[in-house]
Design a protein around this ligand. Sequence first.
Ligand code: NDP
Length: 484
Amino acid sequence: MTTETRTTITWDYAPAPEATDHIRLKDRYGLFIGGEFVPSERYVPTINPATEEPIAEIAWAGPQDVQRAIEAAREAQPRWAALPERERAKYLFRIARLIQERSRELAVVETMDGGKPLRESRDVDIPLAAAHFFHYAGWVDKLVYGVNAREVRPLGVVGQIVPWNFPLLMAAWKLAPALACGNTAILKPAETTPLTALLLGEIIQEAELPPGTVSILPGDGALGAQLVRAPGIDKIAFTGSTGVGRDIQAALAGQPTRLTLELGGKSANIVFEDAALDQAVEGIVNGIFFNQGHVCCAGSRLLIQESVQHEVINKLWRRMSLLRVGDPLDKNTDVGAINSAEQLQRIEALVQAGEEEGAHRQSVACELPARGYWFAPTLFTDVSPVHRIAKEEIFGPVVSVLSFRTQAEAIEKANNSPYGLAAGIWTDKGAKAFEVASALKAGVVWQNTYNHFDPTAAFGGYKESGFGREGGPAGLRPYLEIVR
Ligand code: NDP
Protein backbone atom coordinates (compact mmCIF):
# COMPACT_ATOMS: atom_id res chain seq x y z
CA MET A 1 0.00 0.00 0.00
CA THR A 2 1.35 3.40 -0.86
CA THR A 3 0.76 6.41 1.30
CA GLU A 4 -0.19 9.55 -0.52
CA THR A 5 1.90 12.56 0.36
CA ARG A 6 -0.34 15.35 1.50
CA THR A 7 0.16 18.70 -0.13
CA THR A 8 0.89 21.54 2.27
CA ILE A 9 -1.98 23.97 2.25
CA THR A 10 -1.15 27.59 2.87
CA TRP A 11 -4.19 29.25 4.33
CA ASP A 12 -4.63 32.88 3.59
CA TYR A 13 -6.83 35.23 5.57
CA ALA A 14 -9.43 37.48 4.04
CA PRO A 15 -9.80 40.81 5.87
CA ALA A 16 -12.34 40.52 8.71
CA PRO A 17 -12.85 44.07 9.98
CA GLU A 18 -15.26 44.63 12.84
CA ALA A 19 -17.96 47.17 11.97
CA THR A 20 -17.69 50.55 13.66
CA ASP A 21 -20.92 52.10 12.35
CA HIS A 22 -22.86 51.03 15.45
CA ILE A 23 -20.63 53.14 17.70
CA ARG A 24 -22.20 56.42 18.75
CA LEU A 25 -19.31 58.41 20.13
CA LYS A 26 -19.78 62.07 20.98
CA ASP A 27 -17.40 64.66 19.55
CA ARG A 28 -16.66 65.88 23.08
CA TYR A 29 -16.76 64.30 26.53
CA GLY A 30 -16.98 66.31 29.74
CA LEU A 31 -15.81 65.38 33.24
CA PHE A 32 -18.08 63.02 35.16
CA ILE A 33 -18.73 64.66 38.55
CA GLY A 34 -21.74 64.36 40.85
CA GLY A 35 -23.55 62.05 38.42
CA GLU A 36 -23.36 64.54 35.52
CA PHE A 37 -21.05 65.19 32.61
CA VAL A 38 -19.79 68.72 33.18
CA PRO A 39 -17.67 70.99 30.95
CA SER A 40 -14.04 71.78 31.56
CA GLU A 41 -11.73 74.64 30.65
CA ARG A 42 -9.44 72.37 28.65
CA TYR A 43 -10.10 69.68 26.02
CA VAL A 44 -7.49 67.35 24.52
CA PRO A 45 -8.13 64.91 21.66
CA THR A 46 -7.71 61.20 22.26
CA ILE A 47 -5.90 59.50 19.36
CA ASN A 48 -6.35 56.11 17.70
CA PRO A 49 -2.80 54.67 17.87
CA ALA A 50 -3.43 52.46 14.81
CA THR A 51 -4.25 55.44 12.57
CA GLU A 52 -3.01 58.51 14.49
CA GLU A 53 -6.49 60.00 13.86
CA PRO A 54 -8.28 61.88 16.68
CA ILE A 55 -11.39 60.07 17.97
CA ALA A 56 -13.00 62.59 20.33
CA GLU A 57 -12.19 65.65 22.44
CA ILE A 58 -11.72 64.83 26.10
CA ALA A 59 -12.15 67.26 28.99
CA TRP A 60 -9.11 67.38 31.27
CA ALA A 61 -9.71 68.10 34.92
CA GLY A 62 -7.96 70.83 36.89
CA PRO A 63 -7.41 71.28 40.66
CA GLN A 64 -10.90 72.81 41.22
CA ASP A 65 -12.49 69.80 39.52
CA VAL A 66 -10.60 67.46 41.87
CA GLN A 67 -12.00 69.47 44.78
CA ARG A 68 -15.56 69.33 43.40
CA ALA A 69 -15.30 65.57 42.87
CA ILE A 70 -14.00 65.08 46.43
CA GLU A 71 -16.84 67.19 47.86
CA ALA A 72 -19.41 65.21 45.87
CA ALA A 73 -17.83 61.91 46.96
CA ARG A 74 -17.68 62.95 50.63
CA GLU A 75 -21.30 63.99 50.59
CA ALA A 76 -22.43 60.78 48.90
CA GLN A 77 -20.32 58.35 50.96
CA PRO A 78 -22.31 58.07 54.25
CA ARG A 79 -25.57 57.50 52.36
CA TRP A 80 -23.93 54.95 50.01
CA ALA A 81 -22.45 53.06 52.98
CA ALA A 82 -25.75 53.16 54.85
CA LEU A 83 -27.78 51.61 52.02
CA PRO A 84 -29.12 48.14 52.80
CA GLU A 85 -26.48 45.73 51.51
CA ARG A 86 -28.74 44.15 48.92
CA GLU A 87 -29.62 47.60 47.63
CA ARG A 88 -25.94 48.49 47.16
CA ALA A 89 -25.38 45.15 45.44
CA LYS A 90 -28.26 45.94 43.08
CA TYR A 91 -26.33 48.87 41.61
CA LEU A 92 -23.22 46.74 41.02
CA PHE A 93 -25.33 44.07 39.33
CA ARG A 94 -26.85 46.78 37.14
CA ILE A 95 -23.42 48.04 36.09
CA ALA A 96 -22.33 44.48 35.25
CA ARG A 97 -25.46 43.88 33.16
CA LEU A 98 -25.12 47.21 31.34
CA ILE A 99 -21.46 46.43 30.52
CA GLN A 100 -22.68 43.16 29.04
CA GLU A 101 -25.40 44.92 27.08
CA ARG A 102 -22.95 47.43 25.64
CA SER A 103 -20.10 44.92 25.32
CA ARG A 104 -19.71 45.09 21.55
CA GLU A 105 -19.55 48.87 21.56
CA LEU A 106 -17.15 48.91 24.55
CA ALA A 107 -14.85 46.38 22.85
CA VAL A 108 -14.65 48.39 19.64
CA VAL A 109 -14.04 51.66 21.50
CA GLU A 110 -11.36 50.03 23.70
CA THR A 111 -9.60 48.80 20.56
CA MET A 112 -9.87 52.15 18.77
CA ASP A 113 -8.59 54.12 21.75
CA GLY A 114 -5.82 51.77 22.88
CA GLY A 115 -4.71 49.73 19.84
CA LYS A 116 -5.29 46.25 21.28
CA PRO A 117 -6.70 43.55 18.99
CA LEU A 118 -10.48 43.43 18.96
CA ARG A 119 -10.35 39.71 19.71
CA GLU A 120 -8.77 40.54 23.07
CA SER A 121 -11.01 43.48 24.02
CA ARG A 122 -14.08 41.45 22.95
CA ASP A 123 -13.09 38.15 24.58
CA VAL A 124 -11.02 39.25 27.57
CA ASP A 125 -11.21 42.90 28.66
CA ILE A 126 -14.95 43.54 28.49
CA PRO A 127 -16.27 40.16 29.72
CA LEU A 128 -13.79 40.25 32.61
CA ALA A 129 -14.80 43.81 33.51
CA ALA A 130 -18.44 42.68 33.75
CA ALA A 131 -17.36 39.58 35.71
CA HIS A 132 -15.59 41.77 38.30
CA PHE A 133 -18.76 43.78 38.91
CA PHE A 134 -20.81 40.57 39.14
CA HIS A 135 -18.29 39.03 41.53
CA TYR A 136 -18.17 41.99 43.91
CA ALA A 137 -21.94 42.51 43.69
CA GLY A 138 -22.12 39.06 45.23
CA TRP A 139 -19.84 40.08 48.09
CA VAL A 140 -21.76 43.16 49.25
CA ASP A 141 -23.94 41.31 51.77
CA LYS A 142 -21.15 38.88 52.75
CA LEU A 143 -18.28 41.25 53.56
CA VAL A 144 -17.88 39.79 57.00
CA TYR A 145 -17.11 36.36 55.50
CA GLY A 146 -14.41 37.90 53.32
CA VAL A 147 -12.52 39.24 56.32
CA ASN A 148 -12.63 36.31 58.78
CA ALA A 149 -15.78 37.45 60.59
CA ARG A 150 -14.26 40.76 61.75
CA GLU A 151 -16.36 43.88 62.12
CA VAL A 152 -15.53 46.24 59.28
CA ARG A 153 -16.35 49.65 57.91
CA PRO A 154 -15.54 51.39 54.60
CA LEU A 155 -12.52 53.68 54.37
CA GLY A 156 -14.44 56.63 52.90
CA VAL A 157 -13.43 58.32 49.63
CA VAL A 158 -10.90 56.52 47.44
CA GLY A 159 -8.80 57.94 44.60
CA GLN A 160 -8.06 55.39 41.88
CA ILE A 161 -5.44 55.86 39.17
CA VAL A 162 -5.35 53.37 36.31
CA PRO A 163 -3.03 52.79 33.33
CA TRP A 164 -3.64 52.47 29.61
CA ASN A 165 -3.04 48.78 29.03
CA PHE A 166 -6.45 47.48 30.24
CA PRO A 167 -8.46 50.70 30.63
CA LEU A 168 -11.98 49.42 31.39
CA LEU A 169 -10.80 46.25 33.10
CA MET A 170 -8.52 48.17 35.48
CA ALA A 171 -11.38 50.58 36.23
CA ALA A 172 -13.56 47.54 37.09
CA TRP A 173 -10.79 45.97 39.24
CA LYS A 174 -10.68 49.17 41.24
CA LEU A 175 -14.29 50.41 41.34
CA ALA A 176 -16.13 47.13 41.95
CA PRO A 177 -14.53 46.21 45.32
CA ALA A 178 -14.39 49.85 46.48
CA LEU A 179 -18.12 50.35 45.89
CA ALA A 180 -19.03 46.92 47.25
CA CYS A 181 -17.36 47.87 50.54
CA GLY A 182 -19.33 51.14 50.83
CA ASN A 183 -16.68 53.61 49.64
CA THR A 184 -17.21 56.31 47.05
CA ALA A 185 -14.59 56.71 44.34
CA ILE A 186 -12.80 59.15 42.04
CA LEU A 187 -11.24 57.45 39.03
CA LYS A 188 -8.46 58.92 36.91
CA PRO A 189 -8.08 57.06 33.62
CA ALA A 190 -4.80 57.18 31.68
CA GLU A 191 -4.16 60.10 29.35
CA THR A 192 -4.10 57.94 26.19
CA THR A 193 -7.18 55.79 26.95
CA PRO A 194 -9.99 57.75 28.63
CA LEU A 195 -12.90 56.69 26.40
CA THR A 196 -14.20 53.47 27.95
CA ALA A 197 -13.96 55.03 31.41
CA LEU A 198 -16.24 57.83 30.15
CA LEU A 199 -18.64 55.28 28.64
CA LEU A 200 -18.59 53.63 32.06
CA GLY A 201 -19.68 57.05 33.39
CA GLU A 202 -22.71 56.82 31.06
CA ILE A 203 -23.39 53.30 32.35
CA ILE A 204 -23.16 54.53 35.94
CA GLN A 205 -25.71 57.24 35.10
CA GLU A 206 -28.00 54.71 33.45
CA ALA A 207 -27.67 52.41 36.47
CA GLU A 208 -28.88 55.39 38.55
CA LEU A 209 -26.08 55.26 41.09
CA PRO A 210 -26.58 58.05 43.64
CA PRO A 211 -24.80 61.22 42.34
CA GLY A 212 -21.21 61.57 43.61
CA THR A 213 -20.74 57.83 44.25
CA VAL A 214 -18.31 57.68 41.32
CA SER A 215 -16.56 60.58 39.58
CA ILE A 216 -14.33 60.18 36.52
CA LEU A 217 -11.65 62.75 35.91
CA PRO A 218 -9.54 62.40 32.76
CA GLY A 219 -6.19 64.19 32.63
CA ASP A 220 -2.47 63.62 32.62
CA GLY A 221 0.08 62.56 35.21
CA ALA A 222 -0.06 66.00 36.87
CA LEU A 223 -3.75 65.41 37.63
CA GLY A 224 -2.87 62.00 39.12
CA ALA A 225 -0.29 63.71 41.33
CA GLN A 226 -2.92 66.28 42.46
CA LEU A 227 -5.42 63.58 43.30
CA VAL A 228 -2.82 61.75 45.41
CA ARG A 229 -2.04 64.91 47.39
CA ALA A 230 -5.57 66.29 47.67
CA PRO A 231 -7.03 66.62 51.18
CA GLY A 232 -10.18 64.58 51.68
CA ILE A 233 -8.97 61.33 50.10
CA ASP A 234 -8.85 58.35 52.46
CA LYS A 235 -7.16 55.87 50.17
CA ILE A 236 -5.20 55.80 46.92
CA ALA A 237 -5.20 52.70 44.71
CA PHE A 238 -2.68 52.92 41.88
CA THR A 239 -1.72 50.68 38.96
CA GLY A 240 1.16 51.79 36.77
CA SER A 241 4.91 52.12 36.67
CA THR A 242 7.21 51.48 39.63
CA GLY A 243 8.68 55.00 39.25
CA VAL A 244 5.32 56.71 39.72
CA GLY A 245 4.43 54.22 42.47
CA ARG A 246 7.54 55.32 44.35
CA ASP A 247 6.62 58.98 43.92
CA ILE A 248 3.12 58.32 45.30
CA GLN A 249 4.48 56.36 48.25
CA ALA A 250 6.90 59.19 49.09
CA ALA A 251 4.10 61.78 48.79
CA LEU A 252 1.90 59.84 51.22
CA ALA A 253 4.62 58.97 53.73
CA GLY A 254 3.48 60.08 57.18
CA GLN A 255 -0.11 60.68 55.99
CA PRO A 256 -3.08 58.66 57.20
CA THR A 257 -4.08 57.97 53.56
CA ARG A 258 -4.12 54.23 52.83
CA LEU A 259 -2.28 53.03 49.76
CA THR A 260 -2.13 50.01 47.48
CA LEU A 261 0.26 49.81 44.52
CA GLU A 262 0.13 47.42 41.57
CA LEU A 263 3.34 48.14 39.69
CA GLY A 264 5.56 46.70 37.01
CA GLY A 265 7.16 43.32 36.54
CA LYS A 266 9.76 41.28 34.68
CA SER A 267 8.09 37.95 35.08
CA ALA A 268 9.86 34.64 34.45
CA ASN A 269 8.17 32.03 32.29
CA ILE A 270 10.05 28.78 33.05
CA VAL A 271 10.04 25.85 30.63
CA PHE A 272 11.36 22.52 31.98
CA GLU A 273 12.56 19.76 29.67
CA ASP A 274 9.66 17.49 30.66
CA ALA A 275 7.01 20.03 29.59
CA ALA A 276 4.59 19.48 26.71
CA LEU A 277 6.67 21.73 24.47
CA ASP A 278 4.08 22.61 21.83
CA GLN A 279 1.66 23.61 24.57
CA ALA A 280 4.44 25.58 26.27
CA VAL A 281 5.16 27.48 23.05
CA GLU A 282 1.50 28.56 22.88
CA GLY A 283 1.82 29.69 26.50
CA ILE A 284 4.98 31.64 25.76
CA VAL A 285 3.26 33.41 22.85
CA ASN A 286 0.23 34.23 25.00
CA GLY A 287 2.53 35.25 27.85
CA ILE A 288 4.41 37.91 25.91
CA PHE A 289 2.44 38.87 22.78
CA PHE A 290 -0.98 39.21 24.42
CA ASN A 291 -1.89 42.93 24.27
CA GLN A 292 1.42 43.68 22.42
CA GLY A 293 3.24 42.82 25.64
CA HIS A 294 1.64 45.83 27.39
CA VAL A 295 0.93 43.62 30.39
CA CYS A 296 2.40 44.16 33.86
CA CYS A 297 2.70 40.38 34.38
CA ALA A 298 3.94 39.61 30.82
CA GLY A 299 6.24 36.57 30.65
CA SER A 300 9.05 38.71 29.28
CA ARG A 301 11.94 36.64 30.75
CA LEU A 302 11.74 33.23 29.17
CA LEU A 303 13.84 30.66 31.08
CA ILE A 304 14.32 27.43 29.11
CA GLN A 305 16.07 24.28 30.36
CA GLU A 306 19.28 23.91 28.36
CA SER A 307 18.50 20.41 27.03
CA VAL A 308 15.42 21.67 25.13
CA GLN A 309 16.52 25.23 24.52
CA HIS A 310 17.14 24.92 20.78
CA GLU A 311 13.97 22.93 20.17
CA VAL A 312 11.81 25.43 22.04
CA ILE A 313 13.44 28.45 20.38
CA ASN A 314 12.95 26.90 16.92
CA LYS A 315 9.30 26.10 17.62
CA LEU A 316 8.75 29.55 19.12
CA TRP A 317 10.30 31.35 16.17
CA ARG A 318 8.20 29.32 13.74
CA ARG A 319 5.07 30.16 15.74
CA MET A 320 6.01 33.84 16.00
CA SER A 321 6.31 34.13 12.22
CA LEU A 322 2.63 33.13 11.99
CA LEU A 323 1.47 36.00 14.20
CA ARG A 324 -0.66 38.48 12.32
CA VAL A 325 0.32 42.06 13.12
CA GLY A 326 -1.81 44.98 11.97
CA ASP A 327 -5.28 46.53 12.08
CA PRO A 328 -6.52 45.92 15.64
CA LEU A 329 -10.13 46.05 14.43
CA ASP A 330 -9.54 43.04 12.18
CA LYS A 331 -10.80 39.91 13.94
CA ASN A 332 -7.79 37.90 12.67
CA THR A 333 -5.20 40.22 14.19
CA ASP A 334 -2.97 38.77 16.92
CA VAL A 335 -0.76 41.78 17.63
CA GLY A 336 -2.20 45.28 17.34
CA ALA A 337 -0.79 48.82 17.62
CA ILE A 338 1.56 50.07 20.31
CA ASN A 339 -0.45 52.30 22.63
CA SER A 340 1.38 55.59 22.01
CA ALA A 341 4.34 57.16 20.23
CA GLU A 342 5.97 57.57 23.64
CA GLN A 343 5.64 53.87 24.48
CA LEU A 344 7.00 52.93 21.04
CA GLN A 345 10.08 55.06 21.73
CA ARG A 346 10.62 53.29 25.09
CA ILE A 347 10.42 49.88 23.40
CA GLU A 348 12.79 50.93 20.61
CA ALA A 349 15.32 52.33 23.09
CA LEU A 350 15.40 49.11 25.14
CA VAL A 351 15.61 46.91 22.04
CA GLN A 352 18.52 49.01 20.81
CA ALA A 353 20.20 48.59 24.21
CA GLY A 354 19.74 44.82 23.88
CA GLU A 355 21.54 44.79 20.53
CA GLU A 356 24.32 47.08 21.77
CA GLU A 357 24.90 44.90 24.83
CA GLY A 358 25.43 41.87 22.58
CA ALA A 359 22.18 39.89 22.61
CA HIS A 360 20.99 38.38 19.32
CA ARG A 361 17.81 39.98 17.98
CA GLN A 362 15.27 38.42 15.60
CA SER A 363 12.17 40.41 14.66
CA VAL A 364 9.35 38.89 12.62
CA ALA A 365 9.40 40.17 9.03
CA CYS A 366 5.91 41.58 8.65
CA GLU A 367 4.42 44.40 6.69
CA LEU A 368 3.52 47.14 9.13
CA PRO A 369 0.90 49.79 8.30
CA ALA A 370 2.32 53.11 7.12
CA ARG A 371 0.54 55.13 9.82
CA GLY A 372 0.20 54.39 13.51
CA TYR A 373 2.60 52.96 16.07
CA TRP A 374 3.87 49.43 15.47
CA PHE A 375 6.54 47.07 16.66
CA ALA A 376 7.15 43.62 15.15
CA PRO A 377 7.23 40.65 17.56
CA THR A 378 10.84 40.25 18.66
CA LEU A 379 12.92 37.46 20.17
CA PHE A 380 16.25 38.00 21.91
CA THR A 381 18.63 35.05 22.41
CA ASP A 382 22.19 35.04 23.82
CA VAL A 383 20.86 37.17 26.64
CA SER A 384 22.88 37.55 29.81
CA PRO A 385 21.13 38.24 33.17
CA VAL A 386 22.97 41.59 33.35
CA HIS A 387 21.57 42.90 30.07
CA ARG A 388 18.97 45.65 30.40
CA ILE A 389 16.50 43.59 28.35
CA ALA A 390 16.76 40.85 31.01
CA LYS A 391 16.21 43.26 33.91
CA GLU A 392 13.97 46.13 32.81
CA GLU A 393 10.31 46.11 31.91
CA ILE A 394 10.05 46.63 28.13
CA PHE A 395 6.22 46.61 28.07
CA GLY A 396 6.20 45.63 24.40
CA PRO A 397 6.16 42.51 22.18
CA VAL A 398 9.73 41.53 23.05
CA VAL A 399 10.85 38.33 24.77
CA SER A 400 14.33 37.70 26.20
CA VAL A 401 15.51 34.08 26.43
CA LEU A 402 17.80 32.83 29.20
CA SER A 403 18.70 29.21 29.92
CA PHE A 404 19.18 27.08 33.03
CA ARG A 405 20.41 23.56 33.80
CA THR A 406 18.85 22.61 37.14
CA GLN A 407 15.66 23.34 39.03
CA ALA A 408 17.65 25.25 41.66
CA GLU A 409 19.21 27.43 38.97
CA ALA A 410 15.78 28.12 37.43
CA ILE A 411 14.45 29.28 40.81
CA GLU A 412 17.50 31.43 41.48
CA LYS A 413 17.37 33.09 38.07
CA ALA A 414 13.60 33.63 38.25
CA ASN A 415 13.93 35.32 41.65
CA ASN A 416 16.91 37.40 40.51
CA SER A 417 14.79 40.49 39.87
CA PRO A 418 13.72 43.52 41.87
CA TYR A 419 10.18 42.70 40.71
CA GLY A 420 7.90 39.90 41.92
CA LEU A 421 4.58 40.08 40.12
CA ALA A 422 4.04 36.79 38.28
CA ALA A 423 5.69 33.65 36.91
CA GLY A 424 4.85 30.66 34.73
CA ILE A 425 5.99 27.05 35.11
CA TRP A 426 5.78 24.51 32.30
CA THR A 427 6.34 20.91 33.40
CA ASP A 428 4.66 17.52 33.22
CA LYS A 429 5.43 16.83 36.89
CA GLY A 430 2.83 18.15 39.32
CA ALA A 431 5.09 17.85 42.37
CA LYS A 432 7.85 19.79 40.63
CA ALA A 433 5.40 22.53 39.64
CA PHE A 434 4.26 22.99 43.25
CA GLU A 435 7.80 22.84 44.62
CA VAL A 436 9.03 25.50 42.20
CA ALA A 437 5.90 27.65 42.66
CA SER A 438 6.38 27.78 46.41
CA ALA A 439 10.02 28.84 45.98
CA LEU A 440 9.21 31.71 43.61
CA LYS A 441 8.82 35.20 45.03
CA ALA A 442 5.93 36.18 42.76
CA GLY A 443 2.36 37.16 43.57
CA VAL A 444 0.83 34.93 40.90
CA VAL A 445 2.33 31.67 39.60
CA TRP A 446 0.64 29.96 36.66
CA GLN A 447 1.23 26.27 36.01
CA ASN A 448 1.05 25.10 32.37
CA THR A 449 -0.85 28.24 31.45
CA TYR A 450 -0.18 31.99 31.42
CA ASN A 451 -2.05 35.30 31.65
CA HIS A 452 -5.11 33.57 33.01
CA PHE A 453 -7.29 36.02 34.98
CA ASP A 454 -10.36 35.40 37.08
CA PRO A 455 -12.26 37.78 39.36
CA THR A 456 -12.28 35.19 42.15
CA ALA A 457 -8.47 34.99 42.32
CA ALA A 458 -6.20 37.50 44.05
CA PHE A 459 -3.63 39.40 41.95
CA GLY A 460 -0.76 41.53 43.22
CA GLY A 461 2.97 41.70 43.71
CA TYR A 462 5.99 41.41 45.96
CA LYS A 463 9.09 43.62 46.10
CA GLU A 464 9.06 46.46 43.52
CA SER A 465 5.88 45.09 41.95
CA GLY A 466 3.90 46.69 44.76
CA PHE A 467 1.61 45.64 47.58
CA GLY A 468 -2.09 44.97 48.14
CA ARG A 469 -4.27 42.47 46.33
CA GLU A 470 -7.04 42.87 43.78
CA GLY A 471 -9.64 40.20 42.98
CA GLY A 472 -11.45 37.65 45.14
CA PRO A 473 -12.10 38.14 48.87
CA ALA A 474 -8.48 39.37 49.28
CA GLY A 475 -9.46 42.33 47.09
CA LEU A 476 -12.00 43.50 49.70
CA ARG A 477 -9.46 43.99 52.48
CA PRO A 478 -7.72 47.08 50.97
CA TYR A 479 -11.08 48.89 50.94
CA LEU A 480 -12.12 48.13 54.52
CA GLU A 481 -11.06 49.16 57.97
CA ILE A 482 -11.23 46.46 60.62
CA VAL A 483 -13.15 47.87 63.59
CA ARG A 484 -12.92 44.82 65.84
P1 NDP B 1 2.54 55.65 34.53
O1 NDP B 1 2.87 54.98 35.79
O2 NDP B 1 3.12 56.99 34.27
O3 NDP B 1 0.94 55.82 34.40
C1 NDP B 1 -0.04 55.13 35.14
C2 NDP B 1 -1.13 56.09 35.59
O4 NDP B 1 -0.60 57.02 36.55
C3 NDP B 1 -1.70 56.95 34.47
O5 NDP B 1 -3.05 57.21 34.72
C4 NDP B 1 -0.87 58.21 34.59
O6 NDP B 1 -1.46 59.31 34.00
C5 NDP B 1 -0.78 58.36 36.09
N1 NDP B 1 0.36 59.16 36.56
C6 NDP B 1 1.48 59.53 35.88
N2 NDP B 1 2.29 60.25 36.69
C7 NDP B 1 1.68 60.33 37.90
C8 NDP B 1 2.03 60.92 39.15
N3 NDP B 1 3.19 61.56 39.34
N4 NDP B 1 1.18 60.78 40.19
C9 NDP B 1 0.02 60.11 40.05
N5 NDP B 1 -0.37 59.54 38.88
C10 NDP B 1 0.45 59.63 37.83
O7 NDP B 1 2.85 54.72 33.33
P2 NDP B 1 3.25 55.20 31.85
O8 NDP B 1 2.03 55.38 31.10
O9 NDP B 1 4.17 56.36 31.84
O10 NDP B 1 4.06 53.93 31.38
C11 NDP B 1 5.45 53.84 31.68
C12 NDP B 1 5.88 52.47 31.99
O11 NDP B 1 5.16 52.02 33.13
C13 NDP B 1 5.56 51.42 30.95
O12 NDP B 1 6.56 51.34 29.99
C14 NDP B 1 5.48 50.19 31.79
O13 NDP B 1 6.76 49.69 31.99
C15 NDP B 1 4.94 50.67 33.09
N6 NDP B 1 3.49 50.43 33.24
C16 NDP B 1 3.09 49.42 34.04
C17 NDP B 1 1.76 49.14 34.17
C18 NDP B 1 1.27 48.04 35.01
O14 NDP B 1 0.18 47.53 34.74
N7 NDP B 1 1.95 47.65 36.05
C19 NDP B 1 0.75 49.89 33.45
C20 NDP B 1 1.26 50.99 32.68
C21 NDP B 1 2.59 51.22 32.60
P3 NDP B 1 -1.14 59.62 32.45
O15 NDP B 1 -1.51 58.42 31.67
O16 NDP B 1 -2.06 60.72 32.16
O17 NDP B 1 0.32 59.95 32.38
